[in-house]
Design a protein around this ligand. Structure first.
Ligand code: PEP
Length: 248
């Protein structure tokens, strides 16, 4: 039985002063909810997230990790450093990193590997651009992104991971995939993993991300292969994030 998970991705938003209210409200509101919940905050706020959320129902996570364990990599943050802050989840392969920072499939696979080796739970993002969807190659793109991780780590490695299907054209645009479009790709992702490892595929949590709001969360999360959400903009408003969590 897969437990639903809702993870917030704060992206490059927040400040020490404003985070306090958001974190405290999320902690308090989450107390009565059943879903698993997490917020992935910018690195400098991990200590703050831990101090506010520790002992509550909401885990904290990071939005990226270095593929290197340690060394002369200016600006990078290693998985062991995240473990120092009791981080549970780390997003890898977000489309913004793939598009703006050159994270190739191979780099994403290396980051996934580094996260797992440190005992973190990677949230592996996959998804197609609008041009790729219009060209009819959504399945091919998503499969290629998954295969890079499977080639490096094996399908069994996904037992300790989460996959997020995020159509790039739906991120921050207000456009959500239809239930059919989302379910279709989620089913394809699960089938790809089941081909290599039935149990891992059936147990894998696959989140949907892309303009999830309180108004569309319940119907998305009711699809058979959608196990929760990765939430961007709506994660910055406590009431919206909690309403989405409650929809699980
Ligand atoms: C995201 O960037 O992971 C995301 C899903 O953003 P939004 O919810 O704002 O579309």
């Amino acid at each position: 039985m897969r437990t639903k998970l809702v993870a917030g991705n704060w992206k490059q938003h927040g400040s020490l002063a404003t985070n306090i209210d958001l974190l405290a409200a999320v902690r308090e509101g989450a107390a009565g909810l059943k879903a698993e919940m997490a917020v992935c905050v910018p690195y400098p706020y991990l200590a703050q997230a831990r101090s506010v959320l520790d002992g509550g129902r909401v885990a904290w996570g990071a939005q990226d990790v270095s593929e290197h364990l340690q060394g002369a990599y200016t600006g990078e943050v290693g998985a062991a450093m995240l473990v120092d802050f009791d981080v549970r989840y780390v997003i890898v392969g977000h489309s913004e990193r793939r598009a703006c920072y050159g994270d190739t499939d191979a780099v994403v696979a290396a980051k996934f590997d580094a996260a797992r080796q440190a005992g973190l739970t990677p949230i592996l993002c996959v998804g197609e651009t609008l041009a790729e969807r219009e060209a009819g190659i959504t399945g091919k793109v998503v499969t290629r992104q998954l295969d890079a991780v499977i080639a490096r780590c094996g399908a069994a490695a996904l037992a300790d991971a989460v996959v997020a299907y995020e159509p790039v054209w739906a991120i921050g645009t207000g456009k959500t995939a239809t239930l059919l479009q989302a379910q279709e790709v989620h089913a394809l992702i699960r089938a790809r993993i089941v081909t290599d490892d039935r149990t891992v595929g059936e147990e894998l949590r696959i989140l949907y991300g892309g303009s999830v709001k309180p108004g569309n969360a319940a119907e998305l999360f009711s699809q058979p292969d959608i196990d929760g959400g990765l939430i961007g903009g709506a994660a910055l408003v406590a009431a919206d994030f909690l309403a989405i969590c409650a929809a699980c």
